[in-house]
Design a binder for this molecule. Structure first.
Ligand SMILES: [Zn+2]
Length: 281
């Protein structure tokens, strides 16, 4: 899946580090990320040293490390001293680079984008309107005036494989760019467990009851910044589907031998579909 970048290892523990010239800088401009194109077609980030002395070290925020590489988010810098050959890659193109050796880069861009979006959306205190300051002992923003604390926003959502014998419900979203198959899914609401989210979302989207809800695996939600929790469950009672046309373009039962997609080695959804299709869970 997206987070499986073995043999590399992400260390996202908080450290209040100062950058040096050989660390990597990740810079977002609008919905694009600054990358360097390598000779083999892969992309890499640029080194902090290439941005020149106009950018003060205070503009860099430590995010995470991968193996011995340290990655800093570059914020609000004057890029006029930049010396490298780079280009701004739209995130819509980043979504296409998720396979093969692009996977590590994809995962790092997603994780950096999640943090970047959080910092951009939380410049000021939502309680009193003053500027938020970076925490020094944990990944947190705080307000010196009213002591409000703001932690990174991660929105929990479920992905649900509803099973009835040798059949599973697959669907397609309505009104989204992604037109392929998916499992049922939805965000957790305040005041419910993830198992209750599963029951509610299945009832809302296709109008059936479920039982024997079992947790499968989770996945950080990529560019969308969510936390996806996968569940399998069994149909409880009538198998007639009443599809919510506001949410879904289609949904129906698929027998194992009818399933038209495979595990793509990337998404939790397709791993779950592949597990069911190949009877390996
Ligand atoms: Zn405040």
């Amino acid at each position: 899946m997206i987070q499986d970048i073995f043999p590399h290892k992400l260390d996202n523990s908080f450290k209040n580090l100062k950058p040096n010239e050989n660390d990597f800088a990740v810079y977002f401009c609008g919905d694009s990320v600054l990358v360097k194109e390598e000779k083999d077609g892969n992309y890499s980030f640029t080194k902090i040293g290439q941005f020149g002395s106009k950018i003060k070290f205070e503009n860099y925020v430590y995010m995470f490390s991968v193996d011995n590489e340290r990655y800093f988010l570059l914020r609000n810098g004057d890029l006029s001293g930049f010396t490298g050959e780079c280009k701004l890659l739209p995130l819509s193109d980043v979504r296409k680079m998720k396979y093969g050796y692009f996977k590590k880069m994809y995962f790092l861009i997603c994780t950096a984008w999640h943090l970047h979006s959080w910092y951009v959306d939380n410049r000021f205190c939502g309680r009193c309107g003053r500027i938020l300051i970076h925490g020094e002992s944990e990944r947190m923003l705080y307000c010196k005036i009213c002591a409000a604390k703001v932690y990174p926003r991660i929105s929990p959502a479920v992905i649900v494989g509803v099973i009835n014998g040798d059949k599973i419900i697959m669907s397609k979203y309505a009104g989204r760019d992604y037109k392929g198959y998916a499992l049922l899914s939805g965000f957790a609401e305040i005041g419910e467990t993830l198992e209750q989210t599963v029951e509610r979302e299945v009832m809302e989207e296709v109008g059936v009851k479920v039982k024997n809800i079992k947790y499968y695996k989770s996945q950080p939600g990529g560019i969308d910044g969510n936390m996806l929790a996968g569940f399998f469950c069994e149909l409880d009672g009538d198998d007639t589907l009443t599809v919510d046309k506001n949410e879904l373009a289609m949904a129906r039962w698929f027998r194992r031998d009818e399933i038209p997609v495979e595990d793509d080695g990337f998404s939790l959804t397709f791993e779950m579909i592949g597990k069911f299709k190949n009877q390996t869970f």
